[in-house]
Design a protein around this ligand. Structure first.
Ligand code: ATP
Ligand code: MG
Length: 422
C-alpha cells in the first residue's frame, strides 16, 4: 500500500465499499462500517479491522494511551494464553463462576485459557516486582485482546467475542492511596470520552461495586444501540444503573433524587472498579509496610473497549448518507476528491494540492480514481471523513476549491492558501 506517513491514494486502497447493508447484520455500526469497508465480518461476533477501520481504532487507542500515561500508567503487553493454575487460585477458572471462557489445550492435553481479563496474570507477575511500601503505588496497563464467549453478539463491534481492551490495574498501599488514583482515573476517562467526541452524552454512572467497595463506576454513553438502562440526573451529570436504582444508599451517597432521574438506553464504554485485596490475597501479592509487616496490596481495575467506543461513535453520529467521524478519530482529516483523469488540468491541480497537503502534514485520503462524480461523492459521504475538498473544472481554472463539511453539509470556496493555512 503506497501510503506516505499522512497521505494515501485511494487507487491503492484495496477495500471496496458497498451500496447495500449486509443482510446478516442488525447493528447500525456494523452495517455502516462493513459497507464503508472499515471492517470485515468473519462470523457472528468476530470482526477484522481493515485499513480505514484500523486507522480509526488506533486514533482512539492513541487518545486513551495519552491519558493513561498522563496519570502515571506504564504500558505492558501480557500474553493471551492463560495458565489455569493462576486462575484456580482466584477461583475463576471454573466455568460456573466465569461463563464466558474460551479454553484450549496443549498437545499433552493439559488446559490453557484465552484471557478474558488480566487481573490474575498481572497480579501474579507483580509479585516479582512489588515487595515494599516504597514500590507502591504502581499503575500498569495494556491494550490487549480479550476473548469472551458472549451469548448475544448482535451489537456489531460494540460486543464481539474477541476485542481489544485497555485494561489498567492499580496497586496501592491502602484504600486512601487507591481512592486518590481512582478519582484521577475517573477524570482521565472523562477526558478520553470528551476527546473522542462523546463527552456530552457520556455519564459517570454508579453501579454495584462487588464485595470491596460500595460502588463501582461505569461510563455510559446514551445511545439507542446500548444494551444497558441508566437513570440520569442531567443537572449533576451523573447516573445510576439498574443494579443500584432501588438502593436508597446510592441516593444518600450522591445527593441525587430518584424523582429527578430520566431513564435512557446507554452503552457502557468504560468502567472503573475497586478490587481491594481479593486478587492480591489469592495470588500472594503483598508488601512490607514501614514497620516490616506483610500487607496485601490494594488493587483497582479500569477498562475501556476501544472498538465499543468506535461503534458508539458510529451509532451516535452517522446519518443517512453514511459515517460521520469527529476530527479526533477520523481516519483522515481531508478527503481530496479529484474529478479529473488521464493527466488533464484537473488531475494536475489535484495532484499539486495533494502534494501540498501531504507536505503540510495534513492527513489526506486522495481519491485519484477515474469514476463518475456522483459515485465519488456518495462514497465520500459513506466514508465520513470530516472535510471534503473537490477539484473539478472550476477549481482547475480559478484556483477556488469546493470545501464540504461532512457533518453539516456546508459548502465553501477556498483557495490553496486558505486550505493550507487552516
Ligand atoms: P458488558 O456488561 O457490556 O458485558 P463488562 O462488564 O463485561 O461489559 P468489562 O469486563 O469491565 O465489561 O470490560 C471493560 C470494557 O471493555 C467495557 O466497559 C467495554 O467498553 C469493553 N467490552 C466489554 N465486553 C466487550 C465486548 N464483548 N466487545 C467489545 N468491548 C467490550
Ligand atoms: Mg461482559
Amino acid at each position: 500500500m503506497s501510503k506516505t506517513s499522512n497521505g494515501m491514494r485511494q487507487s491503492q486502497l484495496f477495500t471496496k465499499t458497498r451500496r447495500e447493508a449486509p443482510a446478516d447484520e442488525v447493528a447500525k455500526n456494523a452495517q455502516l462500517l462493513v459497507r464503508a469497508g472499515y471492517i470485515h465480518k468473519e462470523m457472528a461476533g468476530v470482526y477484522d479491522f481493515l485499513p480505514l477501520g484500523l486507522l480509526v481504532l488506533n486514533k482512539i487507542i492513541g487518545i486513551i494511551r495519552e491519558e493513561m500515561n498522563a496519570i502515571g500508567g506504564e504500558e505492558v503487553f501480557l500474553s493471551t494464553l492463560q495458565d489455569p493454575a493462576v486462575w484456580k487460585k482466584s477461583g475463576r477458572w471454573n466455568d460456573e463462576v466465569v461463563d464466558i471462557w474460551f479454553k484450549t489445550q496443549l498437545k499433552n492435553n493439559s488446559e490453557l485459557g484465552l484471557g478474558n481479563t488480566h487481573e490474575e496474570a498481572l497480579t501474579a507477575l507483580m509479585t516479582e516486582h512489588i515487595s515494599s511500601y516504597k514500590d507502591l503505588p504502581r499503575y500498569v496497563y495494556q491494550f490487549q485482546n480479550k476473548f469472551r464467549n458472549e451469548t448475544r453478539a448482535k451489537s456489531g463491534i460494540m460486543r464481539s467475542r474477541e476485542f481489544i481492551m485497555k485494561d489498567l490495574y492499580s496497586f496501592s498501599k491502602n484504600s486512601t492511596q487507591h481512592l486518590e488514583f481512582y478519582e484521577k482515573a475517573a477524570v482521565a476517562y472523562e477526558n478520553i470520552f470528551r476527546r473522542v467526541g462523546i463527552g456530552d452524552t457520556t455519564y459517570r454512572t454508579f453501579a454495584s461495586g462487588g464485595s470491596f467497595s460500595t460502588y463501582s463506576h461505569e461510563f455510559q454513553t446514551v445511545c439507542d444501540a446500548g444494551e444497558d438502562i441508566i437513570y440520569i440526573d442531567e443537572a449533576k451529570r451523573i447516573a445510576v444503573n439498574k443494579e443500584v436504582y432501588d438502593d436508597p444508599d446510592v441516593y444518600a451517597a450522591t445527593g441525587i433524587t430518584k424523582e429527578n432521574l430520566k431513564e435512557a438506553k446507554a452503552a457502557e464504554v468504560g468502567n472503573i472498579f475497586t478490587l481491594g485485596t481479593r486478587f492480591s490475597e489469592a495470588l500472594g501479592l503483598s508488601f512490607k509496610d514501614a514497620e516490616g509487616k506483610a500487607t496485601p496490596v490494594f488493587m483497582g481495575s479500569y477498562g475501556i473497549g476501544p472498538a465499543r467506543v468506535m461503534g458508539t461513535i458510529v451509532e451516535l453520529m452517522s446519518d443517512d448518507k453514511g459515517l460521520v467521524w469527529p476530527a479526533a478519530v477520523a481516519p483522515f482529516a481531508v478527503h481530496l476528491v479529484s474529478l479529473g483523469k488521464d493527466g488533464d488540468e484537473i488531475e494536475k491541480a489535484a495532484d499539486a494540492l495533494y502534494a501540498d497537503l501531504v507536505q503540510a502534514g495534513v492527513e489526506v485520503l486522495y481519491d485519484d480514481r477515474d469514476l463518475r462524480a456522483g459515485e465519488k461523492f456518495a462514497e465520500s459521504d459513506l466514508l465520513g471523513i470530516p472535510m471534503r475538498i473537490v477539484v473539478g473544472k472550476d477549481a482547475a481554472a480559478t484556483g477556488a476549491f469546493e470545501v464540504v463539511d461532512r457533518a453539516t453539509g456546508t459548502v465553501a470556496k477556498k483557495s490553496r492558501e486558505e486550505i493550507l493555512a487552516a
